[in-house]
Design a protein around this ligand. Structure first.
Ligand code: S3P
Length: 544
């Protein structure tokens, strides 16, 4: 951009905030000595809002004078905004005030979600202990089963991410009472038939697991519901879950195959369902529907998917038959009993740290309490095959989920083939593995991952584009890509494509880039791990 354009926009985004911080600090400071001392009555709002008033006075004197004309223009606009707010308050005009606050709030939320975040190269080893968020898949299921059970269910270790929060809030709209204190949640189960008709459409946010599993829960009820979500969710295929549920008698309509999904009142019958895609979300939806029908409901998949539902249901008093690894069967109508669930660490979240610890020279990271469910260890197997140094220290299981601490040390990675069943078992970790492939010596071929195109983003396109922007030699195919690794990553700007895992993958890539990587839309990391960048800062230079 031209120098004039630069000074114009920076006057608004940087210089005005400084002017406002100084003015605010002064406005509060005048109270000192004239009554209760504001310093003794100040909380985070005053501290956050005046943080930059602590900057260098000399430097800012010069900046404000040098960019005077542009800064004066912005001060004028700011003054108008203060006047508008003052007028609304003076006239006690709630609607006018609401319009002002609402517009500002929208901008602030967009800032958190869409603004870019620059991640610096590591320039030293990553050392320490990383806290891995609770497994998202187990979290969703525990919340739903707890809601459908009789009695009070306690869940410990729930993920702090927005996805599990979406399930909790949808259940709340259906009359389920829960209380949350950090990663502990207590749910007052309403019993199999106790869900209440919601007063509005159910917002599943960004969470495909929430919307698909809730289809199984809500099919065959006495009321009508509509399930919806954000722009990304509105592009996710829903017929894969609607069609099997329809075959069991559910009344369910999608919108051109996607959300919003409308579920009408209906009566379910037990039956046998053969799925076209291997999907734990769809399998779970069918099993949850089967719990309400009279008799045995069997679901058969083309390949084995994650089996958390089958491991959790017995803890809630419901037996699941597994004649083979691709078949699951429940008998309804079932009565669920409240349970106590410890959620282990999420192996998909751990994958980013396994890659980061492997590719940043000299690193040693310890990841505590990660689920070692064999349906979820695909990425671990891929990294070990690439030559990663990962020690697996077994720990007592969490319920029926095997658990381990993982210790990863930096090593030279080499390219391999990630295809077939391995690709399926590592589907969620593909973005992290693609970064490992970019650093590894030789070629890595990913194939049989067509599902990647219909996740929170088209993950093949998103990774190919971003790695390409960082100077990596990538060749995209319909169901995967070839990465020719080993060259140094350049740094620059990439797009998170509204996908938490893409954002985190590029934060890991930035660690080994020559220059910082700016990730557009990095705030989306909050979908699964709001603390990811803070954890990264803690292990840089070895603080744990
Ligand atoms: C999940 C199943 C997988 C996975 C998703 C979570 C689950 O999706 O990709 O992140 O919790 O059941 P599919 O069921 O579509 O394979």
């Amino acid at each position: 951009m031209s120098p004039e354009e630069h000074d114009g926009v920076l006057a608004a985004t940087s210089h005005l905030p400084h002017v406002a911080a100084w003015a605010l600090a002064r406005a509060v400071a005048v109270r000192r000595g004239t009554g209760p001392d504001p310093l003794h009555f100040s909380g985070p709002s005053l501290r956050d809002m005046t943080r930059i008033a602590g900057a260098s006075v000399e430097m800012w004197r010069d900046i404000l004078l040098a960019n005077g004309a542009a800064v004066m223009r912005e001060i004028g606009i700011f003054r108008d905004e203060l006047d508008e707010m003052a007028a609304a308050i003076e006239k006690r005009d709630g609607a006018r005030l609401e319009a002002v606050l609402g517009g500002a709030r929208e901008f602030r939320l967009a800032l958190e979600r869409e603004a870019g975040q620059s991640v610096e190269p590591a320039r030293g080893p990553l050392l320490g202990v990383v806290r891995i968020p609770g497994d998202k898949s187990i979290g969703h299921r525990s919340l739903i089963l707890g809601a459908l059970a009789e009695g009070v269910t306690e869940i410990r270790g729930l993920s702090p991410g927005e996805d599990n929060a979406s399930t909790l809030s949808v259940l709340g709209s259906l009359g389920v009472r829960a209380s949350r204190d950090g990663d502990r949640v207590t749910i007052e189960g309403v019993g199999a038939g106790g869900l209440q008709a919601p007063t509005q459409r159910l917002d599943c946010g960004n969470s495909g697991t929430t919307i698909r599993m809730m289809c199984g829960v809500l099919a065959g009820r006495s009321f009508e519901v509509t399930l919806d979500g954000d722009d990304s969710l509105r592009r996710r295929p829903m017929e894969r879950v609607a069609a099997p549920l329809r075959s069991l008698g559910a009344v369910i309509e999608t919108t051109d195959g996607c959300p919003p999904v409308r579920i009408g009142p209906g009566r379910l019958r037990a039956g046998r369902v053969e799925l076209d895609v291997a999907s734990a979300q769809v399998k779970t939806a069918v099993l949850l529907a089967g719990l309400q029908a009279q008799g045995k409901t069997t679901v058969v998949e083309p390949a084995t998917s994650r089996d958390h539902t089958e491991r959790l249901l017995p803890m809630f008093g419901v037996e699941v038959e597994r004649p083979d690894a691709r078949t699951s069967r429940v008998r309804g109508p079932a009565v669920l009993r409240a349970a106590s669930v410890d959620v282990p660490g999420d192996p998909s979240a751990a994958a980013f740290w396994l890659v980061a610890g492997s590719i940043v020279p000299g690193s040693r990271l310890e990841l505590r309490g990660v689920s070692m469910n064999p349906t979820r260890t695909g990425a671990l197997d891929v990294l070990l095959a690439m030559g990663a140094r990962i020690e697996i220290r077994r720990r007592p299981p969490a319920g029926r989920e095997p658990v381990a601490d993982l210790v990863v040390e930096a090593s030279e990675l080499r390219g391999i083939e990630v295809v077939g069943e391995t690709m399926l078992r590592a589907i969620d970790e593909f973005p992290a593995l693609a970064v490992a492939a970019a650093v590894a010596h030789g070629q890595t071929r990913f194939a049989d991952g067509a599902e990647l195109r219909v996740k929170e983003s088209d993950r093949i396109a998103a990774m190919a584009a971003g790695l390409g922007d960082l100077g990596v030699d990538v060749e995209e195919s319909a169901d995967g890509m070839i990465v020719r690794g080993g060259a140094e990553l350049a740094g620059g700007a990439v797009d998170a494509c509204g996908d938490h895992r893409i954002a985190m993958a590029f934060a890991v890539a930035a660690l080994v880039a020559r220059r910082p990587v700016r990730i557009r839309g990095a705030g989306v990391m909050a979908v699964s791990d709001p603390g990811f960048l803070a954890s990264l800062e803690r292990v840089r230079g070895g603080a744990s």
